[in-house]
Design a protein around this ligand. Sequence first.
Ligand code: ATP
Ligand code: MG
Ligand code: MG
Length: 377
Amino acid sequence: MKVLVLGAGQLARMMALAGAPLNISISAYDVNSDSIVHPLTQQNLGKGLANAIADADVVTAEFEHIPLPVLAQCQQSGKFFPGEAAIKAGGDRRLEKQLLDSAGVRSASYHIINNEADFNAAISKLGLPLVFKSALAGYDGKGQWRLKQPGQAAALWQDISAFLAADNKQAIVAEQFIPFQREVSLIGARNSRGEVQVYPLTENHHVNGVLSVSLAIAGNEQLQQQAQQMFTAVANQLNYVGVLAIEFFDVNGELLVNEIAPRVHNSGHWTQQGADVCQFEQHLRAVCVLPLGSTALLRPSLMVNILGEDTVPEQILALPGLHLHWYGKSKRAGRKMGHINLSADNNAQLKQRFEQLIALLPAAAFPELAQMADRLN
Ligand code: ATP
Ligand code: MG
Ligand code: MG
C-alpha cells in the first residue's frame, strides 16, 4: 500500500517507521515547500502533489493547518481519510466548537469574537477569567491571551483588535477559564465500519504551554468510560476514519473537551513501546482498511519530550525500558526534536527508572520533571 501524508514532520516519519513492516510505504507532502519528500530523509522526490495523490492508495494528514485548496484536492480523490471535514474541524476552533456541540460533548462555554461588540459580549456572557484563542493556526499554546481582571480588558482589546486587523480571515474564540486538576487525553481509532478502539487515558504535563511529559494512566474505569463515550460521540459525528486525539480537562473527575487533533498525537507517543499496537500503526491500519489492532497497555509507560536539544547524555540508553526517538530535525529553541519513552514492569519500577532518568538529564533543558515524578506512585 502507498500512503501519502499531508505534512512532513515527525508524525509522518513515525508513520513511515511503523508502516514498513506491513509493506506500507509513505511519502510526505511538505506544505511549506509545496513538494513531495521522503518522510525519513526529507529528500525531495521531484513529484507534484497531483501526481502524488494519483499514485497513492490512501491520503491522510499529520497536522491540521493545511491550505484549504489542498484539502479540497485530496477530498476530490475519494481516498482522503479522515477527510476534509475532520481536518478542518481540527484547524478552526469555530468549527471545532460546533462539532463538539453537535456531538453533545461538554467543553468550556465560549463566544466567537469578530469585533469589539463581540469582545464585550463575551465578557458579560461568560464572566472572568477568560481564555482567548485564535481560531486558526494555534498550537503549543501560541495565539492565546488570558483575561483575569476587568481593568485589563481595554488593553487586551488593543492586542486582540490588532491581531484581527492583521488577518481578516481570523477570529478569536473566547472560552471560560476551566479550573482543572489535570489534563488528560484519549487517543483512539475508528475504522470505516464504525469500530472504535481507544488506548488507556494519558495524563499530560505542559511547561510553558508545551507538552513535556505524558503518562499512561490505566485503571481509572470511570474516567476511561467517560472519555471513551465522548470520543465515540465525536468520532461518529465526523464519520471518522483513522486515529483521533482528544484533549480533556479533568475537573474533579468530570471531563470537558479542551480540543481535538484529527491525527496521531504527541501524547500518544508512549504507545510505541507501551501498547500492543502503537498509534502510528493503528492509524495506518484504519486508513488502509486493515483490521484495527489491540490497544492494550503492555506495561506502565511514560514519555518525555526533548525540546530544543539535539543531544542527550548517551548513558540514558543503558536504562532498562528506555527508548530514544529522534526526529532528524535541525536544532531550534523550544522545537520538538525527539522524545524518550520509558516503560517498566510496574508503577513503582517506572517511578524508580524515571528518577534515574531525571538524574542523568540536564535539569535546565528538562524543567519540572521532578514534580512530575512525584505524581507517580
Ligand atoms: P496544542 O499544542 O495542544 O495543540 P494549543 O495551542 O492548541 O495547544 P490549547 O490546547 O487549546 O492550545 O491550550 C493550551 C493550554 O492552555 C492547555 O493545554 C491548557 O493548559 C490551557 N488552557 C487552554 N484552554 C483553557 C481553558 N479554557 N481553561 C484553562 N486552561 C486552558
Ligand atoms: Mg491545539
Ligand atoms: Mg492542546
